[in-house]
Design a protein around this ligand. Structure first.
Ligand code: HEM
Length: 446
């Protein structure tokens, strides 16, 4: 007979502690996970759980997805930016929207995107001068933005990429400020943060509306996501409203570029710290591709490149956590422990903290791409979750992995990048886990 241990007694945080709690969420997650798989805090009258136990995560996001919604703190902030697109929607609306946009991400379909990704990367790296120092954060954000716009909406944002990059930065900074505060004022209150955010959103939405109107007016079927949205009809044969199409497009544009750009910033920072890994990567790219433009078929010959990306996503997952809120009281038993989550609690899946636990990843702080080699022992299911899991797993996960591999290999064909001496590894969690400050890299053309 097994004895059931009632887990997680709540720790009530003082006002002072709750301040550092919201400002240093990652530090708290990492320290809590090192002590126990599930930690329970009470801040004022809120229940907050940090979960870094793969079996508990499976119960929550895979077995009971219908009983949990996204957590309201994150949702309230992200809804301002993404509207009611697939990321934010719940229940039937989410099912309908996910079904509608998913075909753009089917494995067969994304194959066709590889060449666009490679061509845009060649264009970017081709402009670099030998010996110059690049702001890699800007270059990568603009690159992934151009790729998402071309593959989803068939538009080439040459001039606009820089402007949208700046708007995105404003949205991230203001969104993070709102996340840091327990009660961000509603967006109609004219605070400095709201005014900045609303102005950036107006500009971004105007641009997206222009793209939609142009497509509607042309009547063209480009076979891309935008045409799917414009042509979609509900059961009564009604088209989607323009506002809904704007929300879906904004969702994919924002969720679909910043995360991959951030992942690649960390990849290059890791390569800068681990020259032996960088050498192996360059050797693989040279042997498999030489100077030839990358194609989808060539990706299978670049396993080490993929391992470097997976290992970076382990240590620096751009989505360092994601939240859920039970819609009813939930209780279950896992490995002899009873877990109870009250309706309305914030349940934060601490991805980054879990990725650094020695029981799942021996010598967890070490950057070792070989962990992911074929035949190497793999971590338990749901211990590695850079893209989440269960029905709400990242819609763009295959797209993002392919994109990261294509961009990394193509960049490596063109240049060696070395971090400037002052470049550190601090992070600045601006909704995603960005490296702090600009990412400055010196270019040596190959
Ligand atoms: C390295 C890049 C990326 C990372 C690390 C990442 C990570 C994630 C994570 C952790 C989630 C939340 C899962 C959950 O709450 O259970 C998510 C959701 C989502 N991601 Fe990504 N993502 C990336 C790239 C992309 C791309 C390229 C796209 C689109 C082109 C995309 C579109 C979405 C959407 C639409 C959702 C919401 C899915 C839903 O709620 O049904 N992501 N992503």
């Amino acid at each position: 007979m097994t004895t059931t241990v009632d887990s997680h007694k709540p720790v009530r945080l003082s006002w002072r502690e709750s301040q550092t709690f919201s400002q240093d969420r990652i530090g708290w997650m990492i320290r809590s996970a090192a002590k126990q798989g599930v930690s329970h805090f009470q801040v004022l009258w809120f229940d907050i759980f940090f979960v870094a136990d793969p079996d508990v995560i499976r119960e929550l996001i895979v077995k009971r997805p219908g009983s949990l919604h996204r957590d309201p703190f994150t949702t309230n902030v992200l809804r301002r930016i993404m509207g009611n697109g697939v990321f934010i929607a719940e229940d039937e609306a989410w099912q309908r929207q996910r079904k509608l946009v998913a075909p753009a991400f089917h494995a067969m379909r994304i194959r066709a995107y590889a060449e666009t990704m490679a061509a845009y990367t060649r264009e970017m790296a081709g402009r670099w001068q030998d010996g110059e120092v690049r702001h890699l954060d800007r270059d990568l954000t603009q690159l992934t933005l151009r790729i998402i716009a071309k593959t989803m909406f068939n538009v080439d944002l040459v001039e606009e990429a820089e402007r949208i990059g700046r708007l995105m930065q404003v949205l991230l900074e203001t969104g993070e400020k709102q996340l840091d505060s327990a009660y961000p004022p509603p967006n109609w209150v004219p605070t400095a943060t709201n005014r900045r955010q609303n102005a950036a959103l107006r500009e971004l939405h105007a641009l997206i509306r222009d793209i939609i109107r142009e497509r509607r007016a042309s009547g063209r079927d480009e076979g891309d996501l935008l045409s799917m949205l414009v042509q979609a009809r509900d059961e009564e044969g009604r088209p989607m409203s323009e506002a809904q199409i704007v929300d879906e497009c904004t969702t994919l544009m924002t969720a679909g570029h910043e995360t991959t750009a951030v992942a690649l910033m960390w990849v290059w920072l890791m390569l800068g710290r681990h020259p032996e890994v960088a050498e192996r990567l360059y050797a693989e790219v040279d042997a498999q591709l030489g100077r030839a433009p990358l194609t989808f078929e060539a990706l299978a010959g670049l396993p080490y490149t993929e391992q470097v990306i997976k290992e970076t996503l382990r240590l620096y997952p751009p989505a360092f956590s994601f939240g859920r809120t039970p819609q009813e009281d939930i209780a279950f038993e896992v490995n002899g422990r009873r877990h109870a989550f009250r309706k309305g609690a914030s349940v934060i899946i601490s991805t980054m903290a879990m990725h650094r636990l020695p029981e799942y990843f021996p010598d967890p702080e070490a950057f070792r791409p070989e962990r992911w080699a074929a035949g190497a022992p793999q971590p338990p299911k749901y211990a590695y979750l850079p893209f989440g899991g269960g029905p709400r797993i990242c819609l763009g996960n295959l797209f993002a992995m392919m994109e990261a591999q294509v961009i990394l290999a193509t960049m490596a064909q063109h240049a060696r990048l070395t971090p400037e001496p002052e470049q550190g590894l601090d992070w600045d969690p601006l909704i995603t886990l960005r490296p702090k400050g600009p990412v400055l890299m010196r270019v040596a053309c190959r």
